[in-house]
Design a protein around this ligand. Sequence first.
Ligand SMILES: [Zn+2]
Length: 233
Amino acid sequence: MKPKPLKQQIKLELRRLFHSMDVISRRYLSQGGRREKEVQTYYNIYQQLGVAWEFLALQCRHWDGYRRLRSGQQACRICSKIKETLEHWVLLPASKPARIGAKRFPNSRRTFPTRQRAMIDSGHIRFHGATLSVHVHNAYKSHLLRGKHAINVAADRIVHLREGDVECWVDSNLVHVRWKKAFHKGKELPYGAFPSELPKRILKHFPVLLEYDKNHNLVGVNILKPAHTPKRK
Ligand SMILES: [Zn+2]
Protein backbone atom coordinates (compact mmCIF):
# COMPACT_ATOMS: atom_id res chain seq x y z
CA MET A 1 0.00 0.00 0.00
CA LYS A 2 1.27 3.46 -0.89
CA PRO A 3 2.01 5.64 2.13
CA LYS A 4 -0.18 8.75 2.44
CA PRO A 5 1.37 12.03 1.34
CA LEU A 6 2.92 13.92 4.25
CA LYS A 7 0.28 16.67 4.27
CA GLN A 8 -2.60 14.22 4.58
CA GLN A 9 -0.82 12.19 7.22
CA ILE A 10 0.00 15.24 9.34
CA LYS A 11 -3.55 16.54 9.00
CA LEU A 12 -4.99 13.23 10.14
CA GLU A 13 -2.61 12.86 13.09
CA LEU A 14 -3.27 16.41 14.25
CA ARG A 15 -7.03 15.96 13.98
CA ARG A 16 -6.83 12.85 16.15
CA LEU A 17 -4.56 14.62 18.62
CA PHE A 18 -6.83 17.64 18.96
CA HIS A 19 -9.73 15.29 19.54
CA SER A 20 -7.83 13.51 22.33
CA MET A 21 -6.93 16.85 23.93
CA ASP A 22 -10.58 17.93 23.80
CA VAL A 23 -11.74 14.70 25.40
CA ILE A 24 -9.26 14.97 28.27
CA SER A 25 -10.08 18.61 28.81
CA ARG A 26 -13.88 18.24 28.66
CA ARG A 27 -14.34 15.04 30.55
CA TYR A 28 -11.60 15.08 33.10
CA LEU A 29 -10.32 18.57 33.67
CA SER A 30 -13.31 20.88 33.52
CA GLN A 31 -15.72 18.82 35.61
CA GLY A 32 -15.69 18.99 39.36
CA GLY A 33 -16.02 16.14 41.81
CA ARG A 34 -12.72 14.37 41.06
CA ARG A 35 -9.96 13.62 43.50
CA GLU A 36 -6.97 15.93 43.23
CA LYS A 37 -4.58 13.09 42.45
CA GLU A 38 -6.75 11.95 39.57
CA VAL A 39 -6.97 15.46 38.15
CA GLN A 40 -3.16 15.75 38.29
CA THR A 41 -2.81 12.55 36.25
CA TYR A 42 -5.14 13.85 33.55
CA TYR A 43 -3.39 17.19 33.62
CA ASN A 44 -0.09 15.40 32.92
CA ILE A 45 -1.64 13.52 30.03
CA TYR A 46 -2.88 16.82 28.60
CA GLN A 47 0.63 18.29 28.87
CA GLN A 48 2.15 15.26 27.15
CA LEU A 49 -0.34 15.57 24.31
CA GLY A 50 0.83 19.16 24.08
CA VAL A 51 4.40 17.95 23.51
CA ALA A 52 3.16 15.61 20.80
CA TRP A 53 1.38 18.58 19.21
CA GLU A 54 4.64 20.51 19.16
CA PHE A 55 6.43 17.63 17.44
CA LEU A 56 3.73 17.12 14.82
CA ALA A 57 3.45 20.84 14.14
CA LEU A 58 7.17 20.94 13.33
CA GLN A 59 6.42 18.86 10.26
CA CYS A 60 3.49 21.00 9.15
CA ARG A 61 4.37 23.35 6.30
CA HIS A 62 1.16 25.31 6.86
CA TRP A 63 -0.04 24.20 3.44
CA ASP A 64 -3.59 25.54 3.77
CA GLY A 65 -2.75 29.03 4.99
CA TYR A 66 -3.93 30.80 8.13
CA ARG A 67 -7.18 31.78 9.80
CA ARG A 68 -7.57 34.99 11.77
CA LEU A 69 -8.19 34.63 15.50
CA ARG A 70 -10.25 37.02 17.63
CA SER A 71 -7.00 38.23 19.16
CA GLY A 72 -5.92 39.45 15.72
CA GLN A 73 -3.22 36.80 15.39
CA GLN A 74 -3.23 34.27 12.57
CA ALA A 75 -3.20 30.54 13.20
CA CYS A 76 -2.37 27.73 10.76
CA ARG A 77 -5.51 25.98 9.54
CA ILE A 78 -3.88 22.60 10.02
CA CYS A 79 -1.64 22.74 13.10
CA SER A 80 -3.02 25.90 14.79
CA LYS A 81 0.45 27.31 15.22
CA ILE A 82 0.49 31.10 15.43
CA LYS A 83 2.03 32.74 12.37
CA GLU A 84 5.60 33.96 12.77
CA THR A 85 6.30 32.35 16.12
CA LEU A 86 9.63 30.58 16.39
CA GLU A 87 9.42 26.92 15.50
CA HIS A 88 11.90 24.88 17.40
CA TRP A 89 12.29 21.92 19.63
CA VAL A 90 15.40 20.85 21.49
CA LEU A 91 16.23 17.91 19.24
CA LEU A 92 14.54 18.88 16.01
CA PRO A 93 14.81 22.56 15.20
CA ALA A 94 12.65 23.37 12.18
CA SER A 95 14.90 25.93 10.55
CA LYS A 96 18.39 24.78 11.58
CA PRO A 97 20.00 21.46 10.74
CA ALA A 98 18.84 18.63 12.99
CA ARG A 99 21.69 17.39 15.11
CA ILE A 100 21.68 13.83 16.39
CA GLY A 101 24.62 12.35 18.23
CA ALA A 102 28.25 13.49 18.42
CA LYS A 103 31.16 12.85 16.04
CA ARG A 104 33.25 10.08 17.53
CA PHE A 105 36.43 8.27 16.52
CA PRO A 106 38.22 5.08 17.56
CA ASN A 107 39.64 5.65 21.05
CA SER A 108 41.80 2.66 21.97
CA ARG A 109 44.90 0.90 20.67
CA ARG A 110 43.65 -2.44 21.98
CA THR A 111 42.33 -5.19 19.76
CA PHE A 112 39.01 -6.33 21.18
CA PRO A 113 37.90 -9.99 21.13
CA THR A 114 34.57 -9.27 19.41
CA ARG A 115 33.05 -6.68 17.13
CA GLN A 116 30.38 -5.97 19.70
CA ARG A 117 32.89 -5.02 22.38
CA ALA A 118 34.92 -2.90 19.96
CA MET A 119 31.87 -0.90 18.86
CA ILE A 120 31.80 2.73 19.98
CA ASP A 121 28.90 4.10 17.99
CA SER A 122 26.47 2.66 15.53
CA GLY A 123 23.44 4.40 14.08
CA HIS A 124 21.12 4.39 11.11
CA ILE A 125 18.65 7.01 9.94
CA ARG A 126 16.25 7.44 7.04
CA PHE A 127 16.10 11.15 6.38
CA HIS A 128 13.65 12.50 3.79
CA GLY A 129 14.26 9.45 1.62
CA ALA A 130 18.03 9.18 1.98
CA THR A 131 19.59 6.63 4.32
CA LEU A 132 22.64 7.29 6.37
CA SER A 133 24.53 5.01 8.71
CA VAL A 134 27.60 5.59 10.85
CA HIS A 135 29.71 2.91 12.55
CA VAL A 136 32.70 3.69 14.73
CA HIS A 137 34.73 0.85 16.20
CA ASN A 138 38.10 0.01 17.69
CA ALA A 139 40.18 -2.86 16.29
CA TYR A 140 38.73 -6.35 16.81
CA LYS A 141 39.22 -9.99 15.87
CA SER A 142 36.77 -11.25 13.30
CA HIS A 143 35.96 -14.91 12.76
CA LEU A 144 33.52 -14.21 9.98
CA LEU A 145 35.74 -14.36 6.92
CA ARG A 146 38.29 -17.11 7.55
CA GLY A 147 36.34 -19.59 9.64
CA LYS A 148 38.60 -20.85 12.41
CA HIS A 149 41.36 -18.32 11.95
CA ALA A 150 40.51 -14.88 13.22
CA ILE A 151 41.63 -11.85 11.27
CA ASN A 152 42.22 -8.44 12.76
CA VAL A 153 39.88 -5.70 11.62
CA ALA A 154 41.43 -2.25 12.00
CA ALA A 155 39.80 0.51 14.01
CA ASP A 156 37.69 2.71 11.77
CA ARG A 157 34.96 5.27 11.39
CA ILE A 158 32.68 4.32 8.52
CA VAL A 159 29.97 6.55 7.04
CA HIS A 160 27.56 5.16 4.48
CA LEU A 161 25.03 7.23 2.54
CA ARG A 162 22.49 5.96 0.04
CA GLU A 163 20.37 8.11 -2.24
CA GLY A 164 18.36 6.08 -4.75
CA ASP A 165 20.77 3.85 -6.64
CA VAL A 166 23.88 5.72 -5.59
CA GLU A 167 25.86 4.63 -2.57
CA CYS A 168 28.71 6.50 -0.99
CA TRP A 169 31.01 4.92 1.54
CA VAL A 170 33.64 6.87 3.47
CA ASP A 171 36.14 5.32 5.87
CA SER A 172 39.61 6.31 7.04
CA ASN A 173 41.32 5.16 3.84
CA LEU A 174 38.79 5.28 1.08
CA VAL A 175 35.93 7.18 -0.53
CA HIS A 176 33.86 4.77 -2.56
CA VAL A 177 30.98 5.83 -4.81
CA ARG A 178 29.03 3.15 -6.60
CA TRP A 179 25.80 2.35 -8.38
CA LYS A 180 24.06 -0.22 -6.25
CA LYS A 181 22.52 -2.25 -9.09
CA ALA A 182 25.96 -3.03 -10.44
CA PHE A 183 26.92 -4.90 -7.28
CA HIS A 184 24.04 -7.37 -7.02
CA LYS A 185 24.80 -10.75 -5.54
CA GLY A 186 25.74 -13.26 -8.21
CA LYS A 187 26.99 -10.56 -10.56
CA GLU A 188 30.64 -10.56 -11.50
CA LEU A 189 32.87 -8.21 -9.56
CA PRO A 190 33.70 -5.07 -11.53
CA TYR A 191 37.07 -4.36 -13.11
CA GLY A 192 39.21 -1.49 -11.90
CA ALA A 193 41.44 0.93 -13.83
CA PHE A 194 43.32 4.16 -13.28
CA PRO A 195 42.58 7.11 -15.56
CA SER A 196 45.60 6.45 -17.78
CA GLU A 197 45.41 9.61 -19.84
CA LEU A 198 47.15 11.40 -17.03
CA PRO A 199 50.93 11.18 -17.11
CA LYS A 200 52.38 8.99 -14.38
CA ARG A 201 54.05 11.78 -12.46
CA ILE A 202 50.66 13.54 -12.17
CA LEU A 203 48.70 10.34 -11.72
CA LYS A 204 50.23 9.73 -8.30
CA HIS A 205 48.40 12.84 -7.09
CA PHE A 206 45.13 11.36 -8.38
CA PRO A 207 44.66 8.10 -6.51
CA VAL A 208 41.37 7.42 -8.29
CA LEU A 209 40.28 4.00 -9.44
CA LEU A 210 37.41 3.72 -11.91
CA GLU A 211 35.27 0.61 -11.76
CA TYR A 212 33.46 -0.78 -14.79
CA ASP A 213 31.54 -3.92 -15.70
CA LYS A 214 32.18 -6.27 -18.59
CA ASN A 215 30.04 -4.10 -20.90
CA HIS A 216 32.28 -1.15 -20.10
CA ASN A 217 29.67 0.72 -18.04
CA LEU A 218 31.00 2.82 -15.24
CA VAL A 219 29.73 1.30 -11.97
CA GLY A 220 31.84 2.96 -9.30
CA VAL A 221 34.68 5.26 -8.34
CA ASN A 222 37.25 4.65 -5.61
CA ILE A 223 39.27 7.50 -4.21
CA LEU A 224 42.11 6.61 -1.88
CA LYS A 225 42.25 9.27 0.77
CA PRO A 226 45.67 10.87 0.81
CA ALA A 227 47.71 10.16 3.94
CA HIS A 228 48.40 13.35 5.80
CA THR A 229 52.16 13.33 5.47
CA PRO A 230 54.05 16.58 5.05
CA LYS A 231 55.26 17.28 1.50
CA ARG A 232 58.95 16.73 0.84
CA LYS A 233 60.72 19.32 -1.24
ZN1 LIG B 1 0.72 24.38 10.26
